[in-house]
Design a protein around this ligand. Structure first.
Ligand code: ATP
Ligand code: MG
Length: 393
């Protein structure tokens, strides 16, 4: 084959992948891998019947590829495969190379031979190569629970050698599950909610409501940075920025204080639905988690949602804060989420917000508002930005 003596072999979970769906899924994964590997110097991404290969040349940045594959949704596992000629001493040398730099005390060699004309049988190859590796590395054999397994695959033209599989992130390739509009606040939870949806293959568009000039512009900067981090997996991402100050002012002057946050949320939901329509997004996503704060009791979630016409998905609904924080650390959003910012929803909030507002309570409380006009004003003032992940940072 026409590449250096290494390539990546990428595997995906195949459950439920049949017929047309499968090819749609695979093509999307290939496209996403290409987007993620931009600038690494790979030569080709190639779809085989059960895996995807990334071909390399001598200038390719292999460790950059390894880092980036870790973030591509839909990859179950992958390995860096070394290619050897069909000669036992070449196989031995390449096997040694394949474990270079790894730390281990015990190892095992496993051979598969699809070319039955090769002069040695699979057990003979394993034994021969194993003996050589033990002698060269000073480690021990362990057939049951080795630190490292070297796999040798003798095929028709070449021999493929690789050590243990690297786990991928799992999930589904972004784009195969439709599109959602994520309500991104600048806090800890909503970026994690977005990440969860992206991981299930939903292309995410973002919407943020800000209260400038009542607050400073820090939430806007944070949201743009969060969207940029998420775009490492979501790719090119749209962010809608909605001025919310005038609407809040109206709510504060026209409605009872205990319901304010819930009415903010209802208005946000209505505006978000308009944007979802523009974007052909099929659901809204929030970072709400059951009973985490007063506005997130079951009763309140229901009363907010009662005005919604499309589904509101809450991927964190059953998660504890500690678990959400752990994911935020892992995906790299925690540091930005915890920078100080003025939260538009903590503006004009009473000491004792309602924890059990019924649908009727909110319907009644909103009566004095000209909702269609408020929504229209917000839409007229919105701004759309595009962000992409910058690998240079
Ligand atoms: P987060 O950490 O995501 O801010 P939170 O625990 O602070 O969540 P709330 O402030 O009650 O919870 O917000 C609940 C959800 O409503 C958020 O997760 C987010 O999806 C949405 N939301 C809240 N404020 C905004 C905003 N200014 N712009 C867009 N969405 C928002
Ligand atoms: Mg918040």
């Amino acid at each position: 084959m026409d590449f250096t003596n290494k390539f990546f072999s990428i595997h995906y979970a195949e459950v439920g992948l049949k017929g047309k769906n499968r090819s749609f899924f695979e093509k999307r994964l290939v496209r996403n891998i290409k987007l993620s590997l931009q600038g690494t110097g790979y030569t080709e991404v190639k779809r085989l019947h059960d895996r995807i290969l990334v071909l390399l040349d001598k200038n390719t940045d292999i460790s950059a590829i390894e880092n980036r594959l870790q973030r591509v949704m839909g990859i179950a596992h992958y390995e860096l495969v070394n290619v050897s000629t069909k000669d036992i001493s070449a196989i031995k040398e390449m096997s040694l190379k394949s474990i270079e730099g790894e730390e281990f005390e015990t190892l095992k060699v496993e051979t598969k031979r699809s070319d039955k004309n090769f002069p040695l049988t699979s057990p003979e190859i394993s034994k021969e190569v194993g003996g050589y590796l033990l002698q060269q590395t000073g480690c021990h054999a362990d057939m049951h629970n080795p630190d490292v397994t070297v796999r040798i695959d003798v095929s028709r033209h070449d021999v493929y050698i690789y050590s243990d599989k690297q786990s991928g992130i799992g999930g589904l390739p972004v784009g195969v599950s439709g599109k959602v509009l994520v309500m991104l606040s600048g806090g800890i939870d909503s970026p994690v909610a977005a990440w969860r949806m992206i991981k299930r293959g939903a292309k995410s568009v973002f919407i943020h409501f800000y209260s400038y000039p009542y607050t400073d512009k820090s939430s806007l900067e944070k949201v743009m940075e969060l969207a940029e981090i998420l775009s490492e997996s979501n790719y090119r991402s749209s962010v809608y920025l909605i001025p919310f100050a005038d609407l809040q002012q109206k709510i504060v002057s026209e409605t009872p204080a205990p319901f304010r946050v819930l009415l903010y949320r209802r208005l946000m939901t209505r505006i978000a639905e308009r944007v979802a329509q523009l974007e052909n997004a099929e659901a809204l996503v929030t970072g709400e988690s059951l009973a985490q704060v007063a506005s997130q009791t079951l009763t309140n979630l229901r009363s907010i949602e009662s005005i919604a016409e499309i589904p509101i998905l809450r991927p964190l609904i059953g998660d504890d804060k500690a678990d959400i924080i752990e994911i935020a650390h892992r995906i790299g959003t925690f540091g930005i989420s915890t920078l100080p910012h003025d939260d538009c929803c903590s503006l004009f909030v009473p000491k004792h917000p309602a924890t059990r507002a019924s649908v009727e309570d909110l319907d009644y409380a909103e009566k004095g508002l000209d909702i269609p006009n408020l929504v229209e004003d917000a839409i007229n003032g919105m701004e759309k930005k595009i962000v992409s992940f910058n690998y240079e940072n």
